[in-house]
Design a protein around this ligand. Structure first.
Ligand code: 13P
Ligand code: SF4
Length: 331
């Protein structure tokens, strides 16, 4: 039972001590039925969260699922901008995020006041924003995109249309190369995808000469130049399933390796090494969510995403345009 006097700590996480003997998988599944809830998880979540989710996907798949669900509560296991996107699309549903502090360095790299001035300096440009941005940026945007559909969205515009692309300069540059279009890029980047070391990947390739390098377009150009395949997390997963190669060097957040290993247990997946001594390519924001916090946010229906209508309505317009173009492109 929800207790109105319940205490919540930083990030809106309940301070309730969870009995360590509790079967959290069973409890989460019980709460799903009791509250007509759906658990959506990004591939970068911990493997136990992926295992309890109703749907695991990339940003496009997750927003399509959110738009289509008839559940009363969406439990968003990802970062804040993803849960916010679900709330923008489903204003009448309760959307909870296990830890409100789960942010995104890329979204943070594009503050709305600076972006509004940037946009005003380019008055005849259409704004395409990568979904990894705040609701305020989406409200200043004409069409949202994800790494799955950015190329198709740019190509859907007339060739002479001037475009601002924000906030990820690495994805923007890759889209420019793929489409041959010039765009004005916002100077933002993801802390996880900028950490991979080109030199260490070259050395890894000497040790595993048959391994294919698969990379996310948020990576920097010197890393993308080494890649045999570039695509969104879902596209990388599909490539690893369909390509006959037996080993892959994976240049994206390490959480995706769980689904790759699960669907191709005979294949070898090697995380691309970072350029420092840290042994991990974990996104510290994504990894703030834990199975325990998923359970607590479902039990207390808190922390909940709230949005003001004057931001939500224009933000919804730019996301719906993305969903329409994606559907027309068969994505
Ligand atoms: P996709 O899942 O859309 O490939 O995006 C990756 C990412 O960085 C999400 O934060
Ligand atoms: Fe943001 Fe990068 Fe983490 Fe994705 S991996 S949530 S883009 S910081």
């Amino acid at each position: 039972m929800y207790n109105a006097r319940q205490d919540f700590s930083a990030g809106g996480v309940s301070t309730e001590i969870v009995d360590p003997s509790l079967d959290l998988f069973a409890e989460i599944n019980r709460l799903k039925k009791e509250k007509n809830a759906i658990v959506l998880a990004h591939y970068y979540q911990d493997s136990d969260i992926q295992d309890v989710a109703d749907y695991i996907g990339d940003s496009l798949g997750l927003s399509q699922q959110a738009a289509a669900t008839d559940a009363s509560m969406i439990v968003f296991c990802g970062v804040h901008f993803m849960a916010e996107t679900a709330k923008i699309l489903c204003p009448d549903k309760k959307v909870v995020l296990p830890d409100l502090r789960a942010g995104c360095s890329l979204a943070d790299s594009c503050p709305p006041d600076r972006f509004a001035a940037f946009k005003a300096a380019h008055p005849d440009h259409i704004v395409i924003s990568y979904i990894n941005c705040t609701a305020e940026i989406k409200a200043l945007t004409d069409i949202v995109c994800t790494s799955s559909n950015a190329v198709q969205i740019v190509e859907s515009l007339p060739k002479d249309q001037k475009i601002i692309f924000a906030p990820d300069k690495n994805l923007g540059r890759w889209v420019m190369q793929k489409t041959g279009r010039d765009m004005v890029l916002w100077d933002g980047a993801c802390m996880v995808h900028e950490i991979f070391s080109r030199e260490k990947i070259i050395r890894l390739k000497q040790r595993y000469p048959d391994a294919l390098v698969i990379a996310h377009p948020e990576c920097e150009q010197p890393v993308l130049e080494l890649a045999d395949f570039i695509g969104s997390t879902t596209a990388m997963l599909k490539f690893s399933q369909q390509n006959p190669a037996q080993s892959f060097i994976v240049a994206t957040e390490s959480g995706i390796l769980h689904q790759m290993a699960k669907s191709s247990p005979q294949k070898i997946f090697i995380p691309a090494p970072p350029n420092n001594q840290c042994a991990c390519n974990d996104c510290p924001h994504m990894k703030l969510n834990t199975l325990e916090k998923v359970y607590l946010c479902m039990k207390h229906e808190h922390p909940e995403i709230q949005l003001e209508e004057h931001i939500r309505i224009p933000a919804e317009r730019s996301i719906r345009r993305m969903l329409e173009i994606s559907a027309q492109s068969g994505l």
